[in-house]
Design a protein around this ligand. Structure first.
Ligand code: FMN
Length: 323
């Protein structure tokens, strides 16, 4: 068992924030596989301050979704605090944890001094996070990277400062901003870090199999892993990790029939949330991932990603797969 603030978790799997993926329906779908808590897509504090309709939609949560963290990104403390007030006092959103994005590598975000740009100025970051912790009615967590460039790795310094600022947990994507999402994560660079921190460490980076999770936890002594790209098209991975740490048992990969059922279920949930048009656009990227391991996988994946225009198209492809 581990805790963030007063929230207790039995599972060692956190569903990572993924912009364009981890909307409410995606989080609800994965929850049942054994997720401790999920993190929303990153949400612009400035977008909230300007009452942008689309930004506000990212804040949607549900009973099934809880516990859930909402992730904000920003660079100006007044704007961030304003967004926190808006979420709590005006919208009265039901959520459990406030997460601050300090790892996004995208130029548009970095150029506005948000996301991983914060790693370049740890002392300013300390003041920023301290003010957020003081203001937030919910426990505050941060998600960082090892450093901004491969030559300026400062993860230990940043962790100490975040702890001092009062955050309730730290998630580390074990790559630098320079590395984006490529290459192997460097768990070795943060060996045993979990033991040195007084707050929980959550580890992220290439968690695609149960053994990836075991290795990451063993090296870093993290309390949990964040499953990100590994969850897309493979929710069973969450169950495999959760079950292993509860029972030491290894669950088999899903069968093709199970994958078809999961894909249909997720598609229906996404359509309910976003409407058919938007959901199908998103599903062209997500649905093919359910079929990477099977006979004719490439053909099926191309068919899904290139031809589906509505749920019926997807349904027909999946029906043919079952024959
Ligand atoms: C499509 C995509 C979107 C992402 N969006 C976010 C985000 O909004 N906030 C965040 O902190 N990290 C985001 N990440 C980073 C992931 O949470 C995770 O740390 C990273 O993908 C490393 O894990 P992986 O190698 O297992 O995928 C995103 C990653 C991907 C692939």
């Amino acid at each position: 068992m581990w805790k963030i603030g007063n929230i207790k978790f039995n599972s060692k799997v956190v569903l990572a924030p993924m912009a364009g993926i981890t909307s409410l329906s995606y989080r609800e779908f994965n929850k049942g596989f054994g997720v401790a808590y999920s993190v929303s897509e990153m949400i612009s504090d400035a977008g909230l301050m300007h009452r942008n309709k689309k930004t506000i939609e990212y804040l949607k949560t549900s009973k099934l979704d809880r516990p859930v963290a909402l992730q904000l990104f920003g660079h100006d403390i007044d704007v961030t605090l304003n967004a926190i007030d808006f979420i709590n006092n005006e919208l009265k959103i039901d959520y459990d944890i406030l997460d601050i994005n300090l790892g996004c590598p995208v130029p548009k975000v970095v150029d506005s001094n948000s996301g991983s740009a914060w790693l370049k100025k740890p002392n300013e970051l300390y003041k920023y996070i301290k003010s957020i912790v003081k203001h937030s009615p919910k426990p505050v967590t941060v998600k960082i990277r090892l450093g901004f460039t491969n030559k300026t790795i400062n993860v230990f310094e940043v962790c100490k400062l975040m702890e001092k600022a009062g955050v309730a947990a730290i998630a580390i994507h074990a790559r630098t901003r320079e590395e984006y999402y490529s290459g192997h994560p460097h768990f070795d660079l943060i060996k045993d870090l979990g033991k040195q921190l007084k707050i929980p460490l959550i580890i992220s980076g290439n968690i695609f199999t149960l053994d990836d999770a075991i290795k990451a936890i063993k090296i870093t002594k993290a309390k949990a892993v964040m499953v990100a790209r590994g969850s897309i098209g493979n929710p069973t991975l969450i169950k495999q990790i959760d079950t292993y740490y509860k029972t030491k048992k290894r669950i088999k990969d899903a069968t093709q029939t199970q994958q078809i059922n999961y894909c249909r279920k997720l598609a229906k949930m996404m359509i309910k949330e976003k409407g058919e048009r938007t959901a199908i656009t998103n599903l062209r990227a997500i649905a093919p991932k359910f079929f990477t391991k099977f006979k004719d996988a490439k053909k099926i994946r191309c068919e899904i990603s290139q031809t589906i225009k509505n749920y019926k198209d997807l349904d027909e492809i999946l029906d043919n797969l079952n024959k």
